[in-house]
Design a protein around this ligand. Sequence first.
Ligand code: HEC
Length: 148
Amino acid sequence: MTERITKNMARNIYFGGSIFVILVFTALTCDTVKKFPELTNEQNITKSVSNGKHLWEVNNCVGCHTIMGEGAYYAPELANAFDRLGGGDDEAFKSYMQGWMAAQPLDIKNRRKMPQFNLTNDEVNDLSNFLIWTSKIDDNEWPPNIEG
Ligand code: HEC
């Protein structure tokens, strides 16, 4: 005897399956959102870090760079700039950033250029603090390698 799926059974599988998947998805989303303060080290968001994020936005750094994979693919990923350029050392990274931002645009042939933003030392310091904080977000090891 061949058993066939009736219309009723098919409908139950469709709706039952959909509701099950929606519930799992919602539960996982809530779980992730609940962990944000811990994953992002919320307690380390100082005034300087949030000012750095503001500078990051108003200067449209993301128009060329990615940060944690989000943004434009014209220039290097910067979520790991702290580890790549400062070797994980706050002072080394901050002084690299002061030098880097002041030196733009580099006059090197056949190399993509970064504009000069004429930021103050304090502003570059805030941007550095923002990038240091970003590099410590637990984002499942993204980007996968140090070059970004
Ligand atoms: C018009 C595109 C553009 C914008 C906007 C831009 N950058 Fe860049 N940036 C570049 C390019 C291109 C490079 C790579 C230059 C090179 O290697 O000579 C770069 C490199 C860098 C580096 C060095 C990265 C590395 O791994 O060597 C840092 C740090 C950086 N940018 C920070 C910033 C910040 C902060 C902002 C916003 C204030 C910004 N950039 C805005 C194009 C841009």
